[in-house]
Design a protein around this ligand. Structure first.
Ligand SMILES: Cc1ncc(COP(=O)(O)O)c(C=O)c1O
Length: 492
């Protein structure tokens, strides 16, 4: 347990002016202050909302904090157990001053004092240990065991596809998919500018040329018009990514692919549980890939899956996953393949995770609904659009901060939240900006991905997050934004 912010950073004197309080609030990582009296005793608390209300009532910044603060002569005694403090907070994310015997603030309690609020941690409370133990006890620890077959069969059923191949991670899932379609040197594959680098890397592994295109402002995913403009006679495949669980705009992409005979490989690494027009993401195009890294909706530690509709392509992928070996003639290699297999140990965890997927997904949707209800009220924060006929699985709830309106960079916002004990992560950097990929941008422009990437961050979205933590994250962000707004409006 640690408290990254010293209490001194949260204190103001009740005799200080509101002008002083405005700048101290703006520097407070929690966006709030505790006010003390002349003897240093807790006297009240203050946020930008209180000062806003006072200014609206006709007060001015030369007036004293004591006239505006919300009186708080209480606090909680220092030395109480965090669990007890949490109970007293009654499930809210309230920040409470801790006081000594003289009622002087010596610290504070918040949910982040109990633990830093993580971004997306795995939840392994089901049959994971039991199934892994079964692997060890039966000696089936490599890639031949029954859990691999069961994991594949259950995943295929979940997706409603005939073939699911478990692989060692989501990156090789992408590579295997492209390799199974014979994509290689001389071919072009269209990828979005805003994605995790694995998408573009997989294309480069094949020897094909990635063609980066901009994303759309409503989905944050591959923009169909930019794709249309980037298609050439060499284009072989399109790789839409369903970023953060929001489905890409698949209708026009499928139509284009059909017209031009292109393969659609969906990178659904972040979109287990998402759907577009009732079809699960990953099962919309020709083939879909998934990641089971530890922060994903379901995890196997490291792991992935690739799903196919076509029998022959699936059979080729199965061969390529196993060194290109002929399935009916051991150690006879028909082509150069890879070892991309998943172990039975990992698949055992995957089977246990699949048993819990409905509850995981339900919690993700609750988390998203909560953040949406709180944060969409802030003009400086853009939340994911709720689009017709799609189901966003909200893998990690992500927002775009209007950095111009806030007057701070996204990374400064991340640093403030971190000082408040809240882990976030930046949205991905644009592919076209990074040295290994710049050459694949051509003379295309990327205004949308550049804007989203510059202002974007993902908020804590673990299925294990408590309601108090959610309230604390939303409350802290709200207070920071309002403190910024107040500091900027009163400075001018
Ligand atoms: C969009 C996307 N594609 C591919 C991958 C690669 O998956 P893995 O980390 O399992 O290799 C990830 C992983 O986070 C991802 O977010």
């Amino acid at each position: 347990m640690s408290n990254p912010t010293p209490i001194a950073d949260l204190l103001v004197r009740d005799s200080d002016s509101l002008a002083t309080a405005v700048s101290r609030l703006d520097a407070s990582p929690l966006g709030l202050l505790f006010a003390t009296d002349a003897e240093g005793r807790l006297a009240g608390r203050l946020t930008a909302a209180d000062i806003d209300a006072a200014l609206a009532r006709g007060m001015n910044l030369s007036m004293r904090v004591g006239a505006v603060m919300v009186p708080d002569a209480g606090g909680q005694p220092a030395g109480l157990e965090p669990a007890e403090l949490g109970r007293r907070a009654n499930g809210s994310g309230a920040v409470v001053a801790l006081v000594d015997g003289e009622r002087r603030p010596v610290g504070f309690h918040s949910p982040a004092v109990v633990r830093r609020v993580p971004i997306a941690e795995p939840k392994l409370g089901g049959n994971e240990l039991k199934y892994v133990t079964e692997c060890v006890e039966t000696n089936w620890i490599s890639s031949q065991g029954s859990f691999v077959r069961r994991f594949e069969a259950e995943f295929a059923k979940l997706l409603g596809v005939p073939h699911a191949l478990a692989v060692s991670n989501g990156t090789v899932a992408l590579h295997l998919a492209l390799a199974a379609y014979g994509i290689g040197p001389g071919d072009e594959v269209i990828v979005p500018d805003l994605t995790f680098a694995a998408t573009i890397n997989a294309v480069i592994y094949t020897g094909a040329t990635p063609v980066i295109v901009d994303v759309a402002p409503d989905t944050w995913n591959m923009d169909p018009d930019s794709v249309a403009a980037a298609i050439t006679p060499r284009t072989k495949a399109i790789m839409p990514v369903h970023l953060y669980g929001q489905p890409a705009d698949m209708g026009p992409l499928l139509a284009m692919a059909k017209r031009r005979g292109l393969v659609v490989v969906e990178d659904a690494a972040e979109a287990v549980g998402a759907a577009w027009q009732g079809t699960p993401c990953g099962a919309i195009g020709d083939c879909g890939t998934f990641s089971f890294f530890s922060n994903k909706l379901i995890t196997t530690g490291e792991g992935g899956m690739v799903v196919f509709k076509d029998d022959a392509i699936a059979a080729r992928a199965r061969r390529l996953r196993d060194h290109g070996m002929n399935p009916s003639k051991r150690y006879w290699h028909d082509e150069v393949g890879f070892n991309y297999r998943l172990t039975n140990l990992q698949a055992a965890i995957g089977c246990a995770q699949l048993e819990q997927i409905d509850s995981f997904l339900k919690r993700k949707l609750e988390i998203a609904a909560f953040y949406e209800s709180r944060l969409s009220r802030l003009a400086e924060i853009e939340t994911p659009r709720i689009l017709p006929d799609v189901k966003n699985s909200y893998w990690v709830f992500s927002i775009i901060a209007d950095t111009a309106a806030l007057g701070i960079e996204r990374d400064q916002l991340i640093a403030r939240l971190s000082a408040a004990g809240i882990d976030t992560r930046p949205l991905f950097y644009c592919m076209h900006e990074m040295p290994p990929y710049r050459g694949y941008a051509g003379n295309r422009e990327f205004p949308v991905s550049a804007r989203l990437s510059a202002g974007g961050l993902s908020l804590p979205s673990s299925t294990s997050i408590t309601d108090a933590e959610l309230d604390y994250v939303a409350g802290t962000l709200e207070r920071i934004v309002r403190a910024r707004r107040l500091a900027r409006s009163t400075a001018s």
